[in-house]
Ligand binder design. Structure first.
Ligand code: CTP
Length: 427
């Protein structure tokens, strides 16, 4: 099979040009260069992934170094892994790995690396649809190396592992498979599904580090079709396989989409990089578990302080109740602020997802307006007017902030007057 035309249509001129140049260089030095993995899969289904991963049957580190200096590009090397990265500029990067076979010292461990031919390199991969290589040499440009029937499985929409030990070698492939099944709307073939169930029954995740599971969760909750992915996670009981007692939420399908909608609708009020959308999605999917289970989950995954805070907030019915508490008709903006101030933005997004129109309107106002209200009066200002610094002064400033949030004072003079009135009242 030759997909040169698909490659020419799917990859932009500059990148295609680079691939062709690298292919010519490899052929001239008697080596074989291939595009591999997700990029080949995506090209063959008419899509285009962001990454271009190359494999060289030869010494990839030397090859990439020579090519990068001939082309005047940046270059990064990882000799211990037999890999290198060519950095043509901007955020475009091209990873080149030495074709290799892998041996796993023990289940769940990272593999040892030994150079080998391209077929061996493909054999160490997860699913047939990810185990194809596309030749970049001028003499065979666009030819597909497909030893496991990946092209046929792409047509049948099947996710099929290459051998029975795949999930025991690397249990994270179960999570990858579920992610691909949601993203592409593919099914596992019967044997692969049976192997997943057997691996889970053997509790294969017990030997996988929390950091690797967290990395997979991040990728899952960054997927566009994450609602569908989580339906599959539930169907396989993945929650309980990661941590006994943990279950992905039933509400998720609805809530995951709503969290995305919330992030979009509130985007004008949320700063660049303020939200970690995967974390908001994960929290929504964790809603309803008991708080101690979520604390344990955060610990199991090696969550950061903020991640733990967001995950544990998902405990019980906190999101629903927080949303409900904002539903009172006459709630002032300052009261909404005192309920939401200090909460991570991801928690607020989940609360938004659970709320009705009324609650959402209040959260929108809080995000876009109230939380940005700043006073012009300060403690220093009041001290310079003869007041002593004290707890009461802090309370007065808080009271003026609430007035300002509710639109009842405006301008520095009015704020000073309101603060001084408050201090007088307190006497
Ligand atoms: N791979 C694997 N087992 C893993 C991780 C990766 O076999 N646990 C192989 C697959 O062949 C995969 C390739 O390495 O296609 C590259 O990995 P990655 O970039 O993570 O996967 P993509 O298939 O490119 O996925 P995505 O589209 O999500 O980037």
């Amino acid at each position: 099979m030759n997909v040169a035309e698909l490659l020419r249509r799917g990859i932009s001129g500059e990148k295609l040009d680079l691939l062709e140049r690298l292919g010519r260089t490899a052929e001239a030095s008697g080596e074989r260069l291939y595009l591999v993995g997700g990029a080949v899969r995506d090209l063959m289904i008419g899509g285009r992934g962001p990454d271009l991963d190359l494999v060289l049957q030869g010494d990839a580190v030397r090859f990439a170094g020579d090519a990068a200096s001939a082309l005047g590009f940046g270059f990064d090397r990882h000799p211990a892994f037999g890999t290198a990265t060519i950095l043509p500029g901007g955020d475009f990067r091209m990873d080149i790995a030495t074709a290799r076979r892998e041996a796993y010292a023990k289940p769940g461990a990272l593999p040892d690396v030994v150079p080998d031919i391209i077929e061996a390199d493909l054999q160490r991969r997860d699913f047939t649809i990810n185990a194809m290589a596309l030749c970049l040499l001028p003499s065979g440009f666009g030819e597909i190396v497909d030893p496991f029937g990946g092209a046929d499985d792409l047509k049948k929409k099947f996710l099929r592992v290459l051998h029975d030990g795949s999930f025991v070698d690397d249990p994270t492939r179960i999570l990858r498979g579920i992610r691909f099944s949601g993203r592409l709307n593919f099914s596992f073939d019967e044997r692969t599904e049976k192997l997943i169930r057997e691996a889970l029954a053997r509790r294969v995740f017990d030997t996988v580090s929390g950091a690797r599971i967290k990395k997979e969760m991040k990728m899952i909750f960054e997927e566009h079709e994450r609602g569908r992915v989580v339906t599959h996670l539930r169907a396989f009981g993945i929650g309980n396989s990661i941590l006994p007692g943990f279950e992905f939420s039933l509400d998720l399908f609805k809530v995951a989409d709503l969290v995305r909608e919330a992030a979009f609708e509130l985007s004008g009020g949320i700063g660049e990089g303020e939200v970690e959308p995967w974390l908001a999605g994960f929290a929504a999917a964790a809603a309803g578990n008991s708080p101690p289970v979520l604390e344990e989950l955060a610990e199991r995954l090696g969550a950061t302080g903020k991640e733990s805070e967001v995950l544990t907030a998902a405990g019980g019915s906190f999101f629903k109740e927080l949303a409900k508490s904002l539903g009172h008709k006459n709630l002032k903006p300052s009261q909404v602020a005192s309920a939401l101030d200090g909460l991570p933005i991801e928690v607020i997004l989940c609360c938004y997802a659970y709320g009705g129109d009324n609650e959402r309107g209040k959260i929108r106002k809080y995000i876009k307006e109230t939380r940005n209200v700043r006073l012009e009066v300060s403690g220093d200002e009041l001290v310079s007017r003869g007041h002593n610094p004290s707890k009461r002064m802090g309370e007065a400033i808080g009271a003026v902030l609430r007035l300002k949030q509710d639109g009842l004072v405006g301008g520095k003079e009015a704020e000073i007057e309101a603060a001084e009135n408050h201090l007088k009242e307190d006497c």
